[in-house]
Design a protein around this ligand. Structure first.
Ligand SMILES: [Zn+2]
Length: 257
């Protein structure tokens, strides 16, 4: 959580009659450019594309370059359509009804049911299916519908060609935060909720490494109300409502538990 005034703001909103949901809907995953950290790729959108919001990515001598998962998720399709359409493609299922598609691959590096995180190589750029030259055809979908692509929350260029640089997998995937309870030790739970058993405490002011984050019991703490729980060890969870992470919601780059 980030701002102390968040809870004050929420209280003000309640006073003026705005409904503040106790537990927000699942947020969109933080999608990243589907290439390894530090690479720059030219991404083209065009209204005649099918589907319309897909991006075709290219760079010099790109045939055989690795393609990586855009966000954590589960691979749910590894399919070869032969000489038509997507050719060899991978689909990844993400939280909240989102899917990403990676098409015209030359080969696969994952199988159906596999969990993937940021930076995981899923296949290689190719020109399979209805493609006339090596490129990556990339899509984001929500509940099956083609949506405009976002990387780190920022909308891609529609329409045109733009250079996108990747920060996918740049960090180790662990986040950090500082416990702030204004004094009392914070209870550590065996799972992401107040109903789980206490397995210890962390002192106010402790710097913690956050291995992953997940949704659990809604808690009101120093940084407002949050249903996010931070895993700080094996079987050790603390409420994000008491942790300063620099972010109001999930920390980009940190995986979901
Ligand atoms: Zn395409």
């Amino acid at each position: 959580m980030r701002k102390r005034w968040f809870s004050l703001m929420a209280a003000v909103l309640l006073v003026v009659g705005v409904l503040v949901p106790a537990s927000p809907a699942v947020a969109a995953p933080t999608f990243k450019v589907p290439f390894p950290c530090g690479q720059s790729w030219s991404g083209q959108t065009r209204s005649g594309h099918s589907p319309a919001y897909a991006i075709d990515f290219n760079r010099t001598d790109d045939a055989g370059d690795p393609v990586v998962a855009s966000a954590p998720g589960t691979v749910d399709r590894v399919t070869d359509l032969g000489g038509t359409s997507y050719g060899k493609y991978v689909r990844i299922s993400h939280a909240g009804g989102y899917h990403t598609y990676y098409a015209h691959l030359s080969g696969f590096n994952v199988s159906v049911g596999q969990s993937v995180g940021y930076g995981k190589v899923i296949g290689w750029v190719g020109s399979t299916g209805g493609s006339t030259g090596p490129h990556l055809h990339y899509e984001q979908r929500l509940n099956g519908s083609d949506i405009q692509v976002r990387f780190n929350g920022a909308l891609a260029l529609y329409w045109g060609t733009k250079s996108y640089s990747s920060d996918n997998g740049c960090s180790s995937g662990a986040g950090s935060g500082t416990v702030d309870t204004s004094g009392t030790p914070l209870t550590v739970r065996s799972g992401p909720g107040t109903g789980y058993s206490s397995v210890g405490t962390v002192a106010d002011g402790t710097r913690v490494t956050i291995q992953c984050q997940t949704s659990g019991t809604s808690v009101t703490g120093t940084y407002g109300t949050s249903s996010i729980w931070d895993r700080i060890g094996s079987g050790r969870f603390i409420s994000d409502a008491y942790v300063y992470t620099g972010y109001d919601g999930y920390i980009p780059n940190v995986p979901r538990c």
